[in-house]
Design a protein around this ligand. Structure first.
Ligand code: NAP
Length: 255
């Protein structure tokens, strides 16, 4: 069996790659940083006696998404993890448009393209799209990021339903983590992140969710509970809480 993991050079993607390697699944790992991927390849091949291939791509361009697909369309992948992504923390009017557009190209367009290409080409298997708890609610101070993850979650749920109805043996699942301790907050320009779950624990739950065919995977009891109660709370109560929590991360507001 072979799996592809994007954004595998750190954080959740690296941890998911490791969990899959433990199950003796051969891997194609994708990211921009060659040196990190080389180290991970060596470590996984030595520890788990699997084959790991590396593909260096910046997935924030459409051409590169198509180019990545071309390199692995004959690999008969059974698991595809669309994990590469990043966030931008700050007030909408302060954030650089170019940074946000790059984020949308990666978080939304690349996930859309790769999901489309693999749904069409796979005979059976699982596509795991990494969304976020932020995708369940409008999130002031992280507005575009949360909206990008709402896209990923809604797209995945709808396609998964279509595939079930058409009896195709491909499933599109969404992983919706709350805070996870990775490089995410740094890249997002946040002063601090929330204290979260380890990437290893998140990955274990994600891979377990793939095995069980769970269409929405929410790591951690606290986050499952939050998701449950969100449906009863009106937005006028949710928005101020979300805003207060997110503002704590903001470098500008901290001055
Ligand atoms: N950490 C959290 O609290 C949290 C919560 C919910 C959801 N998520 C989601 O989880 C996913 C992984 O994030 P993380 O927390 O593990 O952060 P991370 O440690 O910063 O990992 C991000 C990964 O994406 C890759 N990446 C970034 N830009 C890329 C690009 N243009 N092309 C290809 N690869 C790119 C990075 O590799 P290179 O830099 O080498 O390209 C890295 O491997 C993201 O989709 C994020 O939105 C994170």
């Amino acid at each position: 069996m072979k799996a592809l993991v994007t954004g595998a050079s750190s954080g959740i993607g690296k941890a998911i790659a490791t969990e899959l390697a433990k199950k003796k699944i051969n891997l194609i790992l994708v990211a921009r940083r060659q040196a990190e991927l080389d180290l991970i390849k060596r470590s996984l091949e030595t520890s788990y006696e699997i084959t790991v291939e590396i593909r260096i791509f910046d997935l924030s361009t459409e051409e590169n998404c198509h180019a990545l697909f071309e390199t692995c369309k004959d690999d008969h992948l059974e698991i595809v993890v669309n994990n590469a992504g990043f966030g931008c923390v700050g007030l909408f009017e302060n954030l650089e448009l170019e940074t946000e557009l790059k984020m949308l190209r990666l978080n939304v367009i690349s996930v859309h393209i790769l999901t489309k290409l693999f749904v069409k080409s796979m005979e059976q298997g699982v596509i795991l799209n990494v969304a976020s708890m932020a995708g369940f609610i409008p999130t002031p101070n992280m507005a575009a990021y949360a909206a990008s993850k709402a896209f990923v979650y809604n797209l995945s749920e709808a396609i998964n339903y279509e595939l079930k109805r058409t009896k195709k043996k491909v499933r599109v699942l969404s992983l919706c983590p709350g805070p996870v301790n990775t490089n995410f907050a740094n890249v997002a320009g946040a002063k601090t992140g929330f204290i979260g779950m380890s990437a290893e624990k998140c990955a274990k739950i994600a891979v377990n969710g793939i095995t069980r065919g769970r269409h929405i995977i929410i790591p951690g009891f606290g986050m499952k509970l939050t998701k449950f109660f969100l449906r009863f709370l009106p937005l006028r109560l949710i928005l101020p809480v979300a805003f207060a929590l997110q503002r704590k991360k903001d470098k500008i507001s901290a001055k």
